[in-house]
Design a protein around this ligand. Sequence first.
Ligand SMILES: [Zn+2]
Length: 191
Amino acid sequence: MSSVEKSSTKIIVGVVTALIVAGVLYLARNFLPPFLKWIWSGIVAVWTWLFTSHSVPGWGIVLMAASLILVFIAAIRAVTQKRPVLGPNWRDFQEVDLYGFCWRWDYDSRGNITNLHTFCPDRQCDMQVFPQTDYGMYGRDRTKLKCDRCGHEKTLPDGPRESELKVRLEIQRLLRTGQWAAGNSNAQQAV
Ligand SMILES: [Zn+2]
């Protein structure tokens, strides 16, 4: 069933429902509670006004008919118009494989990266990993990432702060260029 057919079905169902409700209200008019009775008298007043002759000038009728036709066309357009397909939202990009490990984060209300954490790259393991400072040759800080559960490990050439900054910069780059939508393939090349 096409969207146009679906919309026409909706309109028919709406009109039929309205008629049924009006019919039920009419049949039950003597048993209605005061509030509903008040609504019913309103409907009757509008109905009576509609079917009583009024002294409306010819141009008024033409104007009203034209407005009705315009409204009708606008309504048809509104229901038949294709809704834009929503693409993936960049805020859903919250996980990336980088430097041999998995990184996950949140965004604050302004879109800044928050709560950046490291996880074991093995999705079956999925253990959170705490980056540790590892003193390499000449006392240069490095980052040791080791999963305490499965033993997966890697040493990054920079200290923990620099490593985290590099990950942030890469995430921001992926967001800026739109490459985040292509999955993790681009990010993995940066390893
Ligand atoms: Zn692990």
